[in-house]
Design a protein around this ligand. Structure first.
Ligand code: NAI
Ligand code: MG
Length: 381
């Protein structure tokens, strides 16, 4: 992974602006206050995405938004409300009745369509944050973003021909032999050599660029032998190209324990899709929770930055949630664009506001609003 885009400096950036719904709208408004104060030379182009468009048009990720993403340098995404309904359930929703629609997650689709194979999630404990689990946590999670258990090859019910084939070729597990087809479901975990190689290389390249000394490969190769075994094997191969960086590995269950015990022993973590998703939430909680978790979905041509949290419907419209996750996501976007000076300024401003402790949103024990927090950060730039 290149940690920055290939965009020539000084040119006006085109940035897709996808607030989504719920608190996605509020936190993106907050991030815009910070970007405007930085006077980033950019054009922000609104894109439609989410539940509302599925109801209206049968498509949560409309073609015009896909086209927009194909034409920009980077994108900021807020959050959307996802309602994983099947066609039969959609019949129960008044707006959808009779339309025979199936909801597909726009984010998963976006990652696959644009091959945003790296999900980069930094987790840093900024001094003064009352929500830090321990003080010296500064680690980065690299999660494979396009394959694994999220590849989308799933069956419920399972087709008869698939069951027949599985029974023919899969000896160890035949417990489903006598189970009716509609009484079980099947999700395929698919990991490729290419997908494993490029995410592990991205983690090592990051370690090299930022002077990190260790990359930890997270897996479950002892049990999920085919796919996780492949991932570990490839990781060990890739590690040979980086003799200056230590490479160790750990089972996903064990690492959850070790991360809680000694989070400061870890620097860069890399994992397949689902394990990376889970580990990054655990790490985000150790540095303050969802109000601080930011994320970059990075491919070779496009990168989409977002807070890791969702649309938090119970807070929607109240302007009380913490915008720091999204402001740090904007900081990641600036780094990706090569605007490192501006990115550093944002991080210093966020760190200063956290340290001072005068402005705090509800999750930090304060009463300030989303926009007050953004304005305080902008003032520090
Ligand atoms: P959520 O992340 O939206 O919120 C869970 C809880 O975390 C909130 O009720 C709130 O207490 C806290 N929280 C979230 N963001 C916060 C912030 N910025 N500051 C302070 N506290 C914050 O997760 P939930 O409730 O499970 O999902 C709500 C909807 O969001 C669902 O429809 C879900 O599918 C969707 N979702 C969307 C994502 C996305 O757009 N990338 C990611 C995760 C969930
Ligand atoms: Mg998640």
């Amino acid at each position: 992974m290149s940690v920055s885009s290939l965009k020539p400096q000084g040119k006006k950036y085109k940035i897709a602006w996808l607030p989504g719904d719920g608190i996605g709208i509020e936190v993106l408004e907050a991030a815009k206050i910070v970007l405007d104060k930085l006077q980033l030379n950019a054009e922000y182009i609104h894109g439609d995405i989410g539940w509302e468009f599925w109801c209206k048009e049968g498509e949560a990720f409309p073609m015009r938004t896909i086209d927009l993403l194909g034409s920009v340098d980077a994108a900021m995404f807020g959050a959307i409300t996802s309602k994983p309904v099947k066609a039969a359930e959609a019949e129960l929703v008044p707006e959808l009745k009779g339309k025979g629609m199936v909801y597909r997650s726009p984010i998963v689709r976006m990652r696959q369509l644009f091959d945003l194979y790296t999900c980069l999630r930094p987790c840093k404990a900024y001094p003064g944050n009352p929500l830090n689990f321990k003080t010296e946590i500064d680690l980065v999670v690299f999660r494979e973003n396009t394959e694994g258990l999220y590849a989308g090859v799933e069956f419920n019910p399972v087709p008869q021909e698939l069951k027949d084939t599985l029974l023919k070729i899969s000896k160890p597990f035949t417990a489903f032999k006598d189970v009716p087809l509609d009484q079980y479901a099947l999700t395929c975990k698919i990991n490729t050599k290419k997908g494993s190689e490029r995410i592990v290389r991205a983690a090592f390249e990051y370690a090299k660029k930022y002077g990190r000394k260790k990359v930890t490969v997270i897996h479950k190769a002892n049990v999920v032998r085919a796919t996780e075994g492949l991932f570990l094997e490839i990781a060990k191969e890739v590690a040979k190209d980086y003799p200056g960086i230590k490479c160790d590995d750990a089972n996903v269950d064990a690492i959850c324990m070790w991360l809680l015990k000694n989070p400061m022993n870890y620097e860069v973590l890399v994992a397949t899709n689902l394990f990376g998703d889970i580990i990054s939430d655990l790490c985000a909680q150790m540095v303050g929770g969802l109000g601080f978790g930011c994320s970059g979905n990075i491919g070779t041509k496009l990168a989409v930055f977002e807070p890791t949290h969702g649309s938090a419907p119970k807070y929607a419209g109240q302007y009380k949630v913490n915008p720091i996750a999204t402001i740090l996501a904007a900081k990641m976007m600036l780094t990706w664009l090569g605007e490192t000076e501006k990115a550093d300024k944002v991080e210093r401003a966020v760190a200063a506001i956290i340290k001072e402790g005068k402005i705090r949103t509800y999750d930090m024990g304060g009463t300030n609003t989303t926009l007050e927090m953004a304005e305080a950060i902008a003032k520090k730039l």
